[in-house]
Design a binder for this molecule. Structure first.
Ligand code: UDP
Length: 481
């Protein structure tokens, strides 16, 4: 039961991969009566065209009347490189959070911050002298949390770049080529912002992680035994939305209608997340890989750019050139996509804007997910029992893909061609075939594992499940909520 008059302030980061799980956490805390009131303070960025999707996601969450929402003053990031943009928001948002609560009469009893903004924890103590429990929420796996909490020690132990496997006590080592982007370059501002956030999180009363015990038993045990951190780490996942809010003229029914006509587990869903835009060349390779695999597909893809990249990351859902329209197999060709993209359309369904990802993943016709391995996509796929074909690109995605392939057992990773440094058509086709072919023994093992994880994920949030109990336990042990 929630302690009456408990009031959490939740610091929400920009970026769909952070907003979606944070709002869902807020809803769960209230709807499961773990806490009586939540106010979300959302970091925001000045943009010329407001993001349709972000507005939609925030609006539909507000409509449920489970929490209040305050937008922090928007930050101007015009013309900055994506790494500088992220470093800037990590630096500025904690300060804006503190200044906002110092002028508003919000009377919180607990503070929860996005893990990546945990610099706010010492800042609150220093500037506001508010003595109340403070928690960090990591919308990532526990392995990244372990690496982050160990990063100040690693920084002292290892001079220069990481060139050998990186040991974290009790956890799987991290290969340098998989290393979380923010830790790659010690001379970059982003490295220092991230390490500072991790040092802030180490001062919290606890860290919530969007994972569950059965998904990462070894890492969670390591985090619990005191060698990496003294802070209690609570697996509280899977924190996943129940339905996908979607902008525009009801695209949900179009793709679901198409999926209804397909055979069970016969379609592969392809999406590289909210922030990545592929190059012309990559789209061509992906189209040819899908064609070579002979598998039906739902492909969510934005129009290509000259140089692929993640610049879209903080502004996902802004109007694209094509707009928010759905493009089905019979749409008019545009010059921006390669010919191969149009050629394969009779075998699939293409969405060139925001896809209703959860509705797609939940559909029984879906048999696999080609994903960039953003953690939300991973945890959504796990919750829906869909095995993963990992095409990781940046941030924590390579670690996530490795973890799935080598520890969890519900996924494979697509090979990158050493000559082109890109995923090639053959590599993609081979991975899809392995996952989708009912006679492939390894594929069969991964599919079975995915189905088992779906059951375990559901159980984790049942009334006696590990994640629900983990979160309820905090209420009691801290008493003060
Ligand atoms: N998402 C969606 N439709 C899209 C793209 C993304 O609903 O077309 C959602 C997806 O379900 C997930 C989030 O956006 O909840 C993306 O987060 P993730 O951590 O997977 O990757 P990111 O986009 O942050 O790289």
């Amino acid at each position: 039961m929630a302690i009456s008059n408990s009031h959490a302030l939740l610091l929400v980061s920009p970026g769909m991969g952070h907003i979606i799980p944070a709002l869902e956490l807020a809803k769960r805390l209230v709807s499961h009566k773990i806490i009586s009131k939540v106010t979300c303070l959302c970091g925001s960025i000045k943009t010329s065209t407001p993001s349709n999707v972000e507005t939609q996601v925030l609006q539909s969450a507000i409509n449920e009347n489970l929490f209040d929402l305050i937008q922090l003053p928007p930050i101007d990031l015009n013309n900055l490189h994506i790494k500088t943009k992220i470093a800037t928001i990590m630096h500025e948002i904690p300060k804006l959070f503190v200044s906002t609560i110092s002028i508003m009469n919000l009377n919180p009893t607990v503070i929860i911050t996005d893990f990546f903004f945990s610099q706010v924890i010492p800042l609150i103590d220093e500037k506001l002298k508010l003595s109340m429990p403070k928690f960090a929420f990591a919308p990532t796996n526990a392995w990244l949390v372990a690496l982050g909490l160990h990063s100040p020690t690693l920084g002292k132990q290892i001079q220069g770049e990481y060139i050998n496997p990186i040991s974290i006590p009790g956890c799987k080592s991290v290969e340098p080529h998989d290393l979380f982007d923010m830790l790659n370059d010690k001379t970059n501002r982003l490295y220092h912002e991230f390490v500072e956030a991790c040092q802030g999180a180490a001062l919290a009363n606890g860290i919530f992680v969007n994972t569950f015990h059965e998904l990462e038993p070894k890492t969670l045990e390591a985090l619990g035994c005191g060698h990496i951190t003294k802070v209690p780490v609570y697996p509280v996942g899977p924190i996943v939305r129940q339905i996908s809010p979607s902008p525009g003229p009801n695209p949900r029914s179009d793709v679901v209608e198409w999926l209804e006509k397909q055979e069970e587990e016969s379609v592969v869903y392809v999406s590289l997340g909210s922030g990545y835009t592929m190059s012309h060349e990559e789209i061509k390779e992906m189209a040819l890989g899908l064609e070579l695999s002979g598998t039906k597909f739902v492909w969510s893809v934005r129009p290509p750019v000259t140089k692929a990249g993640n610049d879209h990351y903080l502004t996902a859902g802004e109007e694209s050139e094509i707009g928010t329209t759905l493009v089905s197999s019979n749409f008019e060709p545009s010059n921006s996509f390669p010919d191969e993209f149009y050629r394969i359309q009779t075998n699939g369904f293409v969405i060139t804007d925001w896809a209703p990802q959860l509705d797609i993943l939940k559909h029984p016709s879906i048999g696999g997910f080609v994903t960039h391995c953003g953690w939300n996509s991973v945890i959504e796929s796990v919750s829906c029992g869909v095995p993963i074909i990992g095409w990781p690109i940046f941030a924590d995605q390579k670690m996530n893909a490795t973890m799935l392939a080598e520890e969890v057992g519900n996924g494979i990773r697509v090979e990158v061609s050493p000559s082109t440094k890109m995923v090639g058509r053959e590599g993609l086709a081979k991975a899809i075939k392995k996952m989708m072919d009912k006679d492939d023994i390894e594929g069969c093992v991964m599919r079975e594992r995915a189905k088992k994880l779906k059951v375990l994920a559901e159980r984790a949030w049942s009334s006696d499940g590990s994640s629900y109990l983990s979160l309820s336990k905090i209420t009691h042990s801290n008493g003060v909520w």
